[in-house]
Design a protein around this ligand. Structure first.
Ligand code: 5GP
Length: 177
């Protein structure tokens, strides 16, 4: 574990501006909806979701899921399982999945499949960052913050072995260095 802080990839100011922009777009797109359910994926999405939820100007509520991927901490082999389900029934409701990061796409693809089966009125997705070069499966991101290269990022909810989640910026760590 390095003693120094991770180098900045996306600054706190850039993140704030992007969250404002996403919140404006989402608020406009859902202006007719009386209860948008934001589904956060634990743990990584909790900070982005809190920032986004507070900036929306439409009626919204928040629920969480937790998923687990088999394999080691820095790779995903595509096997995803649910370890915490939503408390609410989303049938007939408008749902926006809020993810911290889309890497291979397996997690988001799994989530969309699992939630679509519950027949929500609509289902869209939002992610703070994605790594397009790492994509293995298609998963649509309707509202995207940033595209980043294939590096391990931390901050804004993202961790490295449970460290750095509360960094206010997105930084890069080098697991080998
Ligand atoms: P997926 O490969 O299924 O798209 O993403 C699986 C999960 O891997 C993400 O939800 C996230 O928890 C984790 N992940 C992927 N890339 C990174 C990264 O650069 N930093 C951190 N902290 N987590 C990542």
């Amino acid at each position: 574990m390095p003693e120094t802080l991770p180098e900045v990839l996306i600054s706190e100011e850039q993140i704030k501006a992007k969250v404002d922009e996403l919140a404006r777009r989402i608020s406009a797109d859902y202006r007719e909806v009386d209860d948008l359910i934001l589904v956060g994926v634990l743990k990584g999405s909790f900070i982005f979701l809190a920032d986004l939820a507070r900036r929306l100007t439409i009626p919204r509520s928040v629920d969480f899921m937790a998923l687990s991927t088999y394999g080691d901490s820095t790779t995903t082999d595509g096997a995803v399982r649910m370890i915490l389900d939503l408390r609410r029934n989303i049938s007939g409701k408008h749902v926006l999945v809020v993810e911290d990061i889309v890497d291979t796409g397996h997690t988001l693809a799994y989530l969309v499949r699992a939630l679509a089966a519950r027949q929500p009125a609509s289902l869209k997705t939002c992610a703070l960052v994605q790594k397009p070069d790492r994509r293995e499966v298609y998963a649509q991101i309707d509202y995207l913050g940033f595209e980043i290269p294939d590096v391990w990022v931390v901050g804004c909810g993202l961790d490295w072995a449970e460290k750095f989640r509360t960094l206010p910026y997105i930084g890069v760590v080098h697991p080998e260095g």
